[in-house]
Ligand binder design. Structure first.
Ligand code: PGA
Length: 255
């Protein structure tokens, strides 16, 4: 089992990922995509209209499933994942054929998680994921295991601080709803998007340290088609063998 690693100069990273996604949508227009929000994918989404135009493809026949959502933030809050997905992606490229946001305004948290899991359970062709500095993917915070379901979660301090500090939330979130690691591992393909020097340590932990619930992203190495798309600053902590080869062996093969 191998992980495919692409390391790009920081200036080229977003365009590269956008072009890869546009090519994927061209080859498979009815792709079922799980999409993250946050600072990592934002430049990819900004580059996507141009990439889709160049590839003569679009989101119009695709299904988009949102990866996670905050609890306790009002609709329209700038930090809300659905707000960011709309502003940063859908307002630019148009709506997909099917859009599954997480219905935290209409439903109680557990019911919203259960309803979202119904959409996820129909299957994902491609899950794009960011990586938290604490090792989370989605809101699968430290302590999550490979069999974690789609669920309501308590959030780590670093995650709550990001909401208020970096994302401009109008109040402190009460928690989150996330697609579970178990469902993410069921996706046909996973692309882990990682940028910036502040992610270098956690990316090395995720890919090269032993698998552990302390770093939930480490479980992604179990996936048969994990692709890591990193910029050079984020890849700075990876071993020379790994970055030189561009491919690393998965945990089960004993790195
Ligand atoms: P970021 O967040 O893309 O805003 O750095 C990633 C994450 O916490 O999953």
């Amino acid at each position: 089992m191998t992980v495919r690693l692409d390391v790009l100069p920081a200036a080229d990273w977003a365009t590269f990922v956008a072009n890869e996604l546009a090519a994927r949508l061209r080859a498979e227009p009815a792709l079922r995509l799980c999409l993250p929000t946050g600072d990592t994918p934002a430049p990819v989404y900004a580059a996507l209209p141009g990439a889709l135009a160049a590839a003569r493809s679009g989101l119009g026949s695709a299904t988009v499933v949102l990866l996670d959502e905050w609890l306790g933030l009002p609709a329209g809050d700038p930090a809300r994942c659905d707000t960011r997905l709309r502003h940063e992606l859908l307002d630019r490229v148009g709506r997909p054929s099917d859009l599954h946001l997480i219905r935290v305004d209409e439903l109680q948290p557990e019911a919203a998680a259960a309803a979202h899991d119904v959409a996820v359970a129909e299957g994902l062709d491609l899950a794009l994921l960011g990586l938290g500095t604490n090792g989370h993917v989605g809101f699968n915070e430290p302590g999550s295991t490979a069999d974690s379901p789609t669920r309501v979660v308590e959030l780590d301090h670093s995650t709550l601080n990001a909401a208020v500090g970096r994302y401009g939330a109008t109040r402190r979130p009460a928690g989150g709803v996330t697609v579970g690691l178990a469902r993410l591992l069921e996706a046909v393909e996973i692309w882990l998007l990682v940028t910036g020097h502040r992610k270098a340590t956690v990316l090395a932990r995720a890919l090269e340290a032993p698998e552990t619930p302390d770093c939930p992203a480490s479980f992604l190495r179990r996936h048969p088609a994990l692709r890591v798309l990193a910029d050079e600053p984020a890849a700075a902590g990876l071993s020379a063998v790994l970055t030189r080869s561009g491919r690393i062996r998965g945990a089960r093969d004993g790195i």
